[in-house]
Structure formats: structure tokens, C-alpha cells
Design a protein around this ligand. Structure first.
Ligand code: ZN
Length: 294
């Protein structure tokens, strides 16, 4: 800080000086956006697994423990998605409010993948906008526990955010309804969209299971190629945080064009098409409906 800036700061009335805000930490980018929506300016938001990062298998570094140290509240997804975050939190001796965003949500079972993740839970609940509203409510409750003085602001901000997501949910339904039911099939890299599919009536097929580390077998890929050809599936997508190699090979062998990039488990960078949860959903639905139509 130069001398002039120092002088300007000294001239400010005490109350107007920037106070260090309490820190709120989210395990991954989508939760970070929701946390920011509800917390507003009252908290400093930190996100551990950032944009375009695969949070299924995130490797934490010492700097991440530093980011969590002294936090007032932390938010994770749960359901096996971000177990590394629990380890990070306990390594720092965290004693603040610990929110699991999927608390109270009836989770889907993961579709059994041969030899992998059989019987585990599907963590991708945020892809159903109504369940994202439940995430907001859990975050709201956590923020009020962490900072009771901000209760009125947290409640007002949550009410506004829920209204936006209710409008988003209605928009998604209206967009999907424009696509003939038989055409509502999407192929994507990994099983991240089962909640979306159940909520909005779209069938999803993926060569990979709910986690991103299970390599699909040659038989699974071949079966999916046959299905793409037999059902004339045109909506084939890569994902922002997953390795595109399998999907590229599959599309090539099936003779279909990859129609773009869906944002599954992470937002885009701030200058990308999915910088917020709402932008992500609108981006994905826009791409899917255009591609499903043919
Ligand atoms: Zn995933």
C-alpha cells in the first residue's frame, strides 16, 4: 500500500474500514456459488475444488488446509462425492459449523456398474433444481447457526434465491416439454444426470458410472454404440471436468457428432458459459434440447 492510500484509509471513519469477514468454505465450485448467493457480503467465500475441476478425486494440498483454518462454516455435498473434504476439515481441527448440503434429501442409489460402486449412493443431487433448493435451505440454516446476527439477511437472500430457482425449474420443464418424449435421450461421459433425468423426464446413457475413475469395459462401450445407432441418438456430449477420450472414441465409432460440453460436477471459470449454478443449468438445458431435437 502506498503512502497516499494509507493516508486515505486513516481518514476513513472507523466503522467504514474493511473489517475482516468470517470465512465460509465450500468443497467445490457449485456449492461455492450457492454459498455466495445466501451469504452475500457477510462472509468471505473460499472454494477448494474450483471451476472445471473433478471433485470426485480431488487431491488436497497444504494450502487448502490453510484456506480452511479459522473458517466459521464449511459446506460439503456428502453422499461420497467429497470425502476428501472431511479429511481436510478434520486435519485442521475445524470446530465451526459443518453443513452437508444433501442433508435430508432422499438420495438415489447409483446405477450398478460392473465391478465398481455397486450399491453406493448417487451424489449428483444438484442437477435437480428442486433439490438445489434443499441445498440452499441447508446452507441458510448453517449460516444462521454460524452467524446469528446475519439471520434476517440470510433469510431474505435465501427467499430471493429460492424464487430464482423455482423460476429456473419451471423454465427447464418448459424447455424439455418442447422435445418429443421419444427423443429425450442424452449420452454423456459419466452418470452425473440421473437426478436431472428423473426430475425432467430425460433418459441418460453414459459409458462411465457415477464416479469418474471407473474405466468402462469394451463391452459397455460397444453396447452404448449399438444403442446410439439403433435409437438414432443425436445428443452426445462431453463434460467439462471429465476426460473426453472415451467419449470421443465412442462418438467416432457410432458415427455421431459431439454436440458440445455439459457442465456436470463443476462450474466454468467466471468468463465461461456456466459461471453460476443458474447459468450452468441454462447452458446445459439449451445444449441438450437443441441436440435432442436432431
Ligand atoms: Zn460426478
Amino acid at each position: 500500500m502506498n503512502r497516499r492510500a494509507l493516508f486515505a484509509l486513516a481518514a476513513l471513519p472507523l466503522a467504514a474500514r474493511a473489517q475482516p469477514r468470517p470465512v465460509a468454505v465450500a468443497s467445490f465450485s457449485i456449492l461455492g456459488d450457492m454459498l455466495r448467493d445466501v451469504a452475500g457480503e457477510r462472509m468471505e467465500i473460499r472454494v477448494i475444488a474450483g471451476p472445471d475441476v473433478d471433485a470426485h478425486h480431488f487431491q488436497t494440498r497444504p494450502s487448502h488446509a490453510e484456506a480452511v483454518r479459522g473458517a466459521r462454516i464449511v459446506v460439503r455435498n456428502g453422499a461420497g462425492f467429497d470425502n476428501w473434504f472431511n479429511r481436510l476439515i478434520s486435519s485442521t481441527g475445524f470446530a465451526g459449523v459443518n453443513v452437508m448440503a444433501t442433508q435430508g434429501i432422499t438420495l438415489r442409489r447409483a446405477a450398478p456398474t460392473p465391478g465398481h460402486n455397486h450399491g453406493s449412493q448417487d451424489p449428483h443431487a444438484w442437477q435437480d433444481v428442486r433439490l438445489a433448493i434443499a441445498y440452499l435451505r441447508n446452507i441458510e440454516g448453517g449460516l444462521i447457526r454460524a452467524d446469528a446476527a446475519g439471520e434476517a439477511e440470510y433469510r431474505a437472500r435465501t427467499t430471493a434465491a429460492v424464487a430464482r430457482l423455482e423460476a429456473l425449474d419451471a423454465w427447464v420443464r418448459a424447455e424439455i416439454a418442447k422435445v418429443p418424449e421419444a427423443r429425450r435421450i442424452v449420452v454423456t461421459s459419466h452418470d452425473a444426470f440421473a437426478y436431472f433425468g428423473a426430475a425432467y423426464g430425460v433418459r441418460f446413457r453414459a459409458p462411465q458410472g457415477v464416479a469418474t475413475n471407473a474405466e468402462p469395459s469394451a463391452q459397455q462401450v460397444a453396447a452404448l454404440i449399438r444403442q446410439i445407432r439403433a435409437e438414432n441418438i443425436t445428443a452426445v456430449f462431453m463434460e467439462n471436468m471429465a476426460n473426453p477420450a472415451t467419449l470421443r472414441r465412442l462418438a467416432e465409432e457410432a458415427g455421431v457428432r459431439i454436440r458440445g460440453r455439459l457442465y456436470a460436477d463443476a462450474l466454468s471459470a467466471a468468463d465461461g458459459p456456466a459461471a453460476t449454478y443458474e447459468a450452468m443449468m441454462r447452458h446445459n438445458v439449451g445444449l441438450m434440447t437443441a441436440a435432442m431435437a436432431g
